[in-house]
Design a protein around this ligand. Structure first.
Ligand code: PEP
Ligand code: MN
Length: 376
């Protein structure tokens, strides 16, 4: 996957930029008083770079609180005048963008439901042409990196170079302790293919509950993310949306204060040498793992040929069950986690079956199987 974006470094457009960037404020603007008092307390902490509040709320069910609409933009303007904080809100269509520009909102963000829809992102991109307002693009609700990249590209192609990605987790069928599963490998991949793109984590929407926010924030910082977007409310229990995940400005201050910020650059020579040695060992081990996997797959293919000659099915459930249990117990005894061994074994099994299937197929069928990664 590749991604070429024309990016203005965040330190050039976000005054006072320092890692981690802290974006905070309520899920929703509810009243002018709630907004102002939250903003005043946040400003007092001295750690907030950008004040957030949703004005138009994308709610799952139609009869929930849908946001205060345009009047909230006036309140945000007051927040800016009275506290000096820069302000940001969510936009989902052309009208939202036009109104935000009219009211002098400093930064826009595109929410997770909107970034999943290329029509909406394009509509927003079209109306942004000719402006240079910074835009934050949240990941789409579904775990699809291409879709996230596509949204970033559409905004960038409209001439917006002040951009950042926001990782807010992904919806999943599986029951997990999170409201939205983090799937850290997705933002890591995004950072890998586009190192210049700032990535900000939104622990509030990943967590869904305030208790998990410190842990997720620390993890994001350990992964060298550029900042955190955390929802805060003057009185979280009374919040009209996302009440269980909001914290007070004071709680925000305490969480950020306790974060352990590690250096991303290596400065100490001895440490550097030792790290280098350990990395060399890892490189060798990884090479061995790959060589062994390659030999293993060649043998699986030979077994496939024997099965073909003898008219035996590829899938031998009993044998696979035995292997899986034996390997699982071995891995557990050697300190590997159950989830890790199970997913690794599943991958290996899938690849083996694909290699054995290939033996039984014509060239056209083989191409279809390889292209879909064995999905058919
Ligand atoms: C929000 O930030 O309040 C919000 C609606 O977020 P998301 O788009 O990530 O669900
Ligand atoms: Mn919210």
């Amino acid at each position: 996957m590749n991604l070429q974006l024309n990016i203005t470094p965040i330190e050039k457009w976000l005054p006072g930029y320092k890692k981690p960037v802290i974006i905070s404020g309520p899920c929703s603007a509810e009243t002018e008083r709630q907004l102002l008092s939250t903003a005043e307390e946040l400003a007092e902490t001295g750690i907030v770079h950008l004040f957030r509040a949703g004005i138009w709320k994308p709610r799952t069910r139609p009869n929930s609180f849908n946001g205060v609409g345009e009047k909230g933009l006036g309140w945000l303007r007051t927040v800016k005048e009275e506290t000096g904080l820069l302000v940001t809100t969510e936009v989902a269509n052309q009208k939202h963008v036009e109104l935000c520009l009219k009211y002098g909102i400093d930064v826009l963000w595109i929410g997770a439901r909107t970034s999943a829809n290329p029509f909406s992102v394009q509509e927003i991109a079209d109306v942004l042409k000719g402006t240079d307002i910074p835009v934050l693009v949240k990941n789409p609700v579904n775990p699809d990196l291409e879709l996230w990249i596509g949204a970033l590209e559409r905004i960038n192609e409209a001439g917006i170079t002040k951009i950042a990605a926001v990782h807010r987790g992904f919806s999943s069928f599986e029951k997990t302790p999170f409201r939205n599963t983090p799937m850290w490998e997705i933002p890591i991949e995004l950072k890998t293919i586009c190192p210049a793109l700032p990535v900000i984590c939104d622990p509030s929407h990943i967590a869904g509950s305030r208790e998990l926010i410190p842990m997720i924030s620390q993890k994001a910082i350990d992964l060298d993310m550029n900042g955190l977007m955390i929802e805060s409310h003057i009185n979280p229990k009374t919040a009209l949306s996302d009440s269980s995940q909001q914290i007070t400005p004071l709680q925000l201050f305490k969480i950020i204060d306790k974060l352990i910020i590690r250096e991303s650059k290596i400065r100490n020579k001895t440490f550097e040498d030792q790290l280098e040695q350990l990395r060399n060992v890892i490189d060798e081990l990884d090479e061995e793992v790959i060589q062994n996997l390659s030999v293993r797959m060649d043998i699986a293919e030979r077994i496939g040929e024997y099965k073909k000659e003898n008219g035996v099915t590829i899938l031998q459930i009993k044998r696979w069950d035995e292997i899986a249990n034996k390997r699982l117990n071995m891995g557990l005894a050697m300190g590997l986690s159950e989830e890790f061994i199970k997913s690794l074994l599943q991958l290996i099994h899938k690849e083996s079956i694909m290699r054995q299937t290939l033996v039984m197929n014509t060239p056209i069928e083989k191409a279809a199987i390889t292209e879909t990664g064995g999905a058919i």
